[in-house]
Design a protein. Structure first.
Length: 428
């Protein structure tokens, strides 16, 4: 077996230069990938994972050796936070939770959800002031929170938005990469109050629904009828609100930023929307006709996948190609590096939605929602949500860049920092 490549001093210097210039760790990973190939090790104190990239690596992690690569590590903040949420469970426990939750996220529920999605979008859009620059990142987060809670929990989150806004942001900061990666037991004060606020909200929500059953088949009702404990239901609700709304916020923020920076692509998307919908609100039966908008969404997901990497732990000794992965090793697979690999994506840094006009591509080179049996449970929901919200925004507004630069930030998701600011012009 071959030794897993490690960066030399020269490669490490080049990676550091890229990191400092672009202000993102992703730039350093791109240097490592270009110099070392699809398999390399990152030698950090207390954290030296094997990094994998490319379609074969993705298939290896997500499909072929799914059961031999564990998700759960009780030292990770996201496990401490979500406890037994579907996202952080393995094996039979994960499969059980997924079966209980799937009906609320099945495609046959989407037609009903589209109306609610559009109503939530219109509620926020009615408050947009086209006379001043707008922090789109904040507005999209508000919209995503309303959509998720209205559709999956059957509640209006607006009365709770101000009270729970900071606890939600604080919780996202807790699970974002930081010193805990190399120092797992580092003291991290200042988070418990945020956790308590969210727990109070969820337990009150659960208690109210138990006392007042709903005929709706939303996620909360399904979990209650499944006879789960309140604690286990809390874990799933927190998983959905944290993971579900933050990924949508990142995707839609990047999409609006890219459309504002590429007026020709924005105009083409608006022309398609006008041709299909006219001035009518988005309806599920017409969404499949918005094919160019689909391409815009997919190209945004390619360039800026919200979940840009995955982390697993080898439960047994494994072999990947010519390399041995010992039991207990941390294994990361980089969706970001695969999505920007010139072997599969010509001119990989360019925003070119038309590259998705063809549906023919190598398996496992495009996986913004993961792949294999553990692909994102909310994939169909998220795709429809993005389409409804973007269509509604582009119907109502022309988007213009303010020129304020953004960079890719590895938070809980891959988000634009410091924020996306746009100027708007109302469309007739």
């Amino acid at each position: 077996m071959s030794r897993i490549p490690l960066p030399t001093a020269s490669i490490s210097r080049n990676a550091l230069k890229a990191l400092l210039k672009q202000k993102t760790i992703l730039a350093a990973l791109e240097v490592f990938h270009a110099e070392l190939g699809d398999v390399f090790q990152i030698p950090l104190p207390g954290f030296n994972p094997i990094m994998l990239a490319g379609p074969e690596a993705n298939r290896f992690v997500l499909a072929e050796h799914r059961d031999a690569l564990r998700w759960r590590s009780d030292q990770d903040p996201i496990v401490r936070l979500l406890r037994h949420g579907v996202l952080v469970e393995d094996g039979d426990s994960h499969d059980y939770l997924r079966r209980q939750m799937n009906p609320a996220l099945h495609r046959n529920r989407l037609p009903d959800y589209v109306t609610l999605m559009r109503e939530c979008a219109d509620f926020i859009l009615a408050q947009w002031d086209a006379s001043v620059p707008l922090n789109v990142s904040i507005e999209i987060r508000r919209m995503a929170l309303l959509v998720l809670t209205r559709t999956l929990f059957g509640v209006d989150f607006e009365p709770e938005m101000k009270r729970l806004w900071q606890p939600i942001l604080r919780t996202l900061r807790y699970i974002s990469p930081g010193l805990w990666v190399i120092w797992p037991n580092i003291p991290r004060p200042g988070y418990q109050r945020a956790f308590r606020r969210l727990d109070e909200y969820f337990y009150q929500l659960i208690a109210y629904r138990r006392a007042n059953p709903s005929s709706n088949e939303d996620l909360l009702s399904l979990l209650i009828t499944s006879r789960m404990s309140d604690d286990l239901i809390r874990d799933q609700l927190l998983t959905m609100i944290i993971a579900g709304h933050d990924t949508s916020t990142a995707l839609l923020s990047w999409a609006l930023y890219l459309l504002a920076c590429h007026p020709d692509i924005q105009a083409k998307a608006q022309a398609e929307i006008s041709g299909v919908l006219g001035s009518n609100p988005p309806h599920y039966s017409y969404l499949s006709e918005l094919q160019y908008l689909d391409q815009v969404i997919n190209e945004t997901l390619r360039l800026y996948p919200p979940i840009h990497a995955g982390l697993r732990i080898a439960a047994t000794d494994l072999e990947f190609g010519e390399y041995c992965i010992p039991e207990g090793t941390r294994v990361m697979y980089s969706i970001y590096l695969t999505h920007r690999d010139a072997r599969y994506w010509p001119d990989p840094s360019a925003f070119r939605p038309e590259r998705f006009a063809s549906t023919t591509r190598t398996p496992y080179v495009f996986l913004p929602f993961g792949g294999g049996p553990r692909n994102c449970i909310g994939m169909a929901f998220a795709q429809v949500e993005a389409k409804v919200i973007l269509a509604r925004i582009l119907q109502k507004f022309e988007l213009n860049s303010t020129g304020k630069p953004v960079r890719s930030f590895m938070g809980a998701t891959l988000e634009p920092r410091p924020a996306v600011w746009l100027t708007l012009k109302k469309r007739n």
